[in-house]
Design a binder for this molecule. Sequence first.
Ligand code: AQP
Length: 345
Amino acid sequence: MSKFVDRVFSGVQPTGNLHLGNYLGAIKKFVAMQASHQCVYCVVDMHALTAWQDPTELAANTREVTAAFIAAGIDPKAHIVFNQSQVAEHAELAWIFNCVARMGWMNRMTQFKEKAGKDRENASVGLFAYPTLMAADILLYKATHVPVGDDQKQHLELTRDIAAKFNNDFGEQLERLGHGEQFFPMTEPLIEGPATRIMSLRDGSKKMSKSDASDLSRINLTDDADAIAKKIRKAKTDPAPLPDNVDDLAARPEADNLVGIYAALAETAKEQVIGEYGGREFSAFKPALADLAVDKLSPVNAEMRRLTDDPATVDATLREGAARAREIAAATMAEVRDIVGFIRG
Ligand code: AQP
């Protein structure tokens, strides 16, 4: 039996345009994990700074992500909801991990390559070091499970590599201090279901993304019913009707994406959706998808608005969550300082 308590950690960046991909790939799963795990959900504002953020918008977006968490059904009293920058231990452990991770490992990170693009010389050092901060976020809470979208898979693998190297590099010290062989757990990513990678509504080969210049490419969690219906109506598709078999979706990325969105919203499998809509035209499927999306997203949207209209209450929730997160983080960091040989005051 593992010595680690079953604990979930995950985060979302407050970088604006929170969308259906973030909701289905992450936030909806966060809600489900509450029944079986102790959960720590973080608005990762320090991660957001890896690209320039307008300070006023960063604060507003931090409140918006918090509101989305709560509106979607996360209970900040039973679990922990906070913003990363309020718990300084994230930055402290990230520094130690910067000294554990190897340049070769970091150089292989595809997200850095994609986000830095051709102008790598001009990317922030923070963008390059993003994955070590993410490892610190997770391991500070000794999290055993992390629900994320498919795009974060490589960062989770790096987190495990960092944990293993730390456990190994300080093995003797861990024995001496009575921690056994494993100080940090081998965290399991939770990347499953029909919505691990929601694609752009305009281009089935691109991930739905906050930074896409086209607003029609994504359904924002702040979109009203008309906007949701319009975006689904205008979603790119091929001319053929939906196939009778799920396997035939593989060669049709746009159709596959819409069926996946339907399945995730309806909490069913793609097979079920194809069972119902296989052979039908998009002119029949799209209105059904729009109705389902409006039905599921409107209550979240309304509750988000109510919460963001009361920033003082949102800030108080974050403050209380940070105080509880800090208790766990401070205990881990005290142990880490002893393990690496820092003299404590
Ligand atoms: N398209 C997606 N499908 C499924 N899951 C997704 N996630 C993001 N996009 C999709 C998941 O949402 C969580 C929070 O993501 P994030 O805010 O930390 O950052 P991100 O992945 O960089 O978000 P974007 O929208 O893709 O932003 P930009 O445009 O800046 O690149 C994560 O669990 C992520 O997997």
